[in-house]
Structure formats: structure tokens, C-alpha cells
Design a binder for this molecule. Structure first.
Ligand code: AKG
Ligand code: FE2
Length: 200
């Protein structure tokens, strides 16, 4: 059985380079993977902004090769060892996109009140033009991009169960992205972002 349902497409314009494949995984595989992923040791992280500590509005877990330390929002994250499913997805995506992924940040959005605010994945250890592969499972959530130069310039995707969205090229330099909270009653969603962490 092929993992790959219909092909995806590259969306390229100056400063924005994306690859979108809504049915990257078959429904059966996506269902099976979601069940496994729900059993990971999810934790609610904290962020400190201007001396005040907040609980993140989502659960997360960071896995990767030994030494793939990642810091964001003043948090220094030590990778946990690879879960076998995450490792096999990492290998598959690395091969497919010719990118040496060595870590994955997993996020668990429990309901519409969980989300992720505007940011770019532009931490120094990702390098200037990171390739980031994002796989989604469970409830469909809106993923929005906006230009850093003109916030009215937006692109929006509905990241469905089994979909793949890849961000590449200069995207992180010129665009921010977010997963907005929603009042709509929705079930949980899991997102995996595979990344390449360069040694400091
Ligand atoms: O949940 C998503 O689709 C995006 C997650 C994200 O932007 C991140 O982990 O940096
Ligand atoms: Fe991000």
C-alpha cells in the first residue's frame, strides 16, 4: 500500500515557498498514527514573557537526536529520544524532501481554546532558510500565514487529518504563521513539525 495519496503542489512566490499535500497519508494510516500519538507523554509547557510565567495553551513534546537542543521563547529544550513512529516519519520526510531532519516538535491542541500565536520559526539554530515539515492529525484547524511586511497579506490553509504542509526557502524571514483559537466546538488535533537543528 502506498503511503502517498494524490500528489501535492509547490506554492512559490517571492519570499514564500510552501508545499501542500492535503492527503499525504491515507485515512487508515492517519487514524492509526493518531491513536499512537495520543499516547505520547504530553506536557504543558510554560513560557516566561517580561518576567511573567504563563502556561502554554497546548501540550507539547520535543523529540530528536541527542544534541539537537532547541531554544525558543527563552526555553532551552532538550530532546527526548525518538519514539519509533516519529523516527519512521522523520526518515520518510527526510528522504522525500532531501532534508536532514533531526528533531520534531509535537503539539497537542486539546480543543478550540488551544492554539499558537503569531511567530516565525526563525531561531538561530534553524539557520536562515529552514525546511520545516508539518503533519497534522485529528481535527482540522486553520493555519494562517501573514507577511511581516504587510499584515494584510495573508494565506490560509485548513490543515486536515493526514495533511502535510512544508515551509521552505525564505518563508520564515518574510512570513509569520499562527493557529488561531476558535469558538467552534472541535475535538483535539496533533501537529508534528520536523526540523533540522544545527549545532551551535
Ligand atoms: O500546529 C501547527 O500547525 C503549527 C505549529 C507551529 O507553528 C510550530 O510548532 O512552530
Ligand atoms: Fe511555527
Amino acid at each position: 500500500m502506498s503511503l502517498f495519496a494524490p500528489k501535492g503542489e509547490w506554492l512559490s512566490e517571492p519570499g514564500l515557498r510552501l508545499f501542500w499535500q492535503p492527503h499525504f497519508l491515507t485515512q487508515t494510516l492517519a487514524d492509526q498514527y493518531l491513536q499512537t500519538l495520543q499516547q505520547l507523554a504530553w506536557q504543558q509547557g510554560e513560557i516566561t514573557l517580561y518576567g511573567k510565567t504563563y502556561q502554554e495553551p497546548r501540550l507539547s513534546i520535543y523529540c530528536g537526536d541527542e544534541g539537537a537542543h532547541y531554544s525558543y521563547s527563552q526555553k532551552n529544550m532538550q530532546p527526548r529520544p525518538w519514539h519509533p513512529l516519529l523516527l519512521s516519519l522523520k526518515d520518510l520526510l527526510s528522504q522525500q524532501f532531501n532534508a536532514p531532519f533531526n528533531a520534531v516538535l509535537c503539539n497537542y491542541y486539546r480543543n478550540g481554546q488551544d492554539g499558537m500565536g503569531w511567530h516565525s520559526d526563525d531561531e538561530p539554530e534553524l539557520g536562515p532558510s529552514p525546511t520545516i515539515a508539518s503533519l497534522s492529525f485529528g481535527a482540522t484547524r486553520r493555519f494562517v500565514l501573514r507577511s511581516k511586511h504587510d499584515h494584510t497579506q495573508k494565506r490560509s490553509f485548513h490543515l486536515n487529518h493526514g495533511s502535510l504542509l512544508l515551509m521552505a526557502g525564505d518563508t520564515q524571514q518574510h512570513w509569520q504563521h499562527a493557529v488561531p483559537k476558535t469558538q467552534t466546538a472541535i475535538t483535539s488535533r496533533i501537529n508534528l513539525t520536523f526540523r533540522t537543528i544545527n549545532p551551535r
